[in-house]
Design a protein around this ligand. Structure first.
Ligand code: MN
Length: 205
């Protein structure tokens, strides 16, 4: 059975960028529901799927029983995405990465500013609910993508996300209402680049 992860900081610790009430509802209610619904779907799927990792449940979703595929895609994706999201933010975050990740961002996008513009544009232009990602593709290269709903690059075999931003309205509506650009601008001040860097270094070839 899957469980909510521990949150490494208080709900209010990302203020003023992300407000405590949004964090509390987002973590306990939204993420909590993804975990509960994922576990219910797995119970329905039965014993053959008990030992599957979360990554397998996403990447091999089409091999699951038809009647649980959608529930596991949506709720397994929700659990995966939010578990990543909490770790790539921290109090007093933001700034820019250094080391190998900074070098690769420069080599891939031209500059950190150009990368920031690319990821922000991917997040801004995601119509409706979804995510924007910095991910490591199967060749070990960095890339940016946006996916709908609770999908992510793992589903389609594109690669593994190392940084993601939730652009569902539940991630920002209490504080920012319809102003997704203001939320994104604030979110850049929360990024835990040490965490993103260590995820990158574990994946790069
Ligand atoms: Mn969310």
């Amino acid at each position: 059975m899957f469980q909510l992860p521990d949150l490494a900081y208080d709900f209010g610790a990302l203020e003023p960028h992300i407000d405590g009430r949004t964090m509390e509802i987002h973590f306990t209610k939204h993420h909590g529901a993804y975990v509960a619904n994922l576990n219910n779907a797995l119970k329905q799927a039965g014993a053959p799927y008990d030992g599957w990792s979360l990554e397998d449940l996403l990447a091999r979703n089409g091999a699951l029983p038809k009647d649980v595929q959608a529930a596991i895609r949506n709720n397994g994706g929700g659990h995966y995405n939010h578990t990543l999201f909490w770790t790539i933010m921290k109090p007093n975050g933001g700034g820019e990465p250094d080391g190998p990740l900074a070098q690769s961002i420069g080599a891939t996008f031209g500059s950190f500013a150009a990368f920031k513009e690319t990821l922000t544009k991917a997040a801004m232009t995601r119509f409706g609910s979804g995510w924007a990602w910095l991910y490591v593709d199967r060749e070990g290269n960095l890339a940016v993508a946006s996916t709908p709903n609770q999908d992510n690059p793992v589903f389609v075999g594109m690669g593994t996300p190392i940084l993601g931003v939730d652009v569902w309205e539940h991630a920002y509506y209490l504080k920012y209402q319809n102003r997704r650009p203001d939320y994104l601008n604030a979110w850049w001040h929360t990024i835990n680049w040490d965490e993103v860097s260590s995820r990158y270094e574990a994946l790069k070839k």
